[in-house]
Design a binder for this molecule. Sequence first.
Ligand code: SF4
Length: 63
Amino acid sequence: MRIDIDFDRCEGHGMCELSAPNVFWIDDEGDTQFVAEPPESERDGVEDAIAACPMQAIHMVQS
Ligand code: SF4
C-alpha cells in the first residue's frame, strides 16, 4: 500500500491523525506528516482517514 497527500488541498486540521495516528500526524510546526508506505495492519485506519479527510487530499496510489 502506498499513499500520498495533495498538499495543495490539505489544510492541516488533522482528521487523518484521529483515524490513523500511526500513519498521519501534525508536527510541531503544524505540518501534516505521513508514512508513505504504511504496513497492511494500518489499512482500515488509512481507509477511514481517506473517507474522513474533508479536503479529499489523501490518495491511495498503490493498493
Ligand atoms: S484530514 Fe486531510 S486535510 Fe486534514 S490534515 Fe489530514 S490530509 Fe490534511
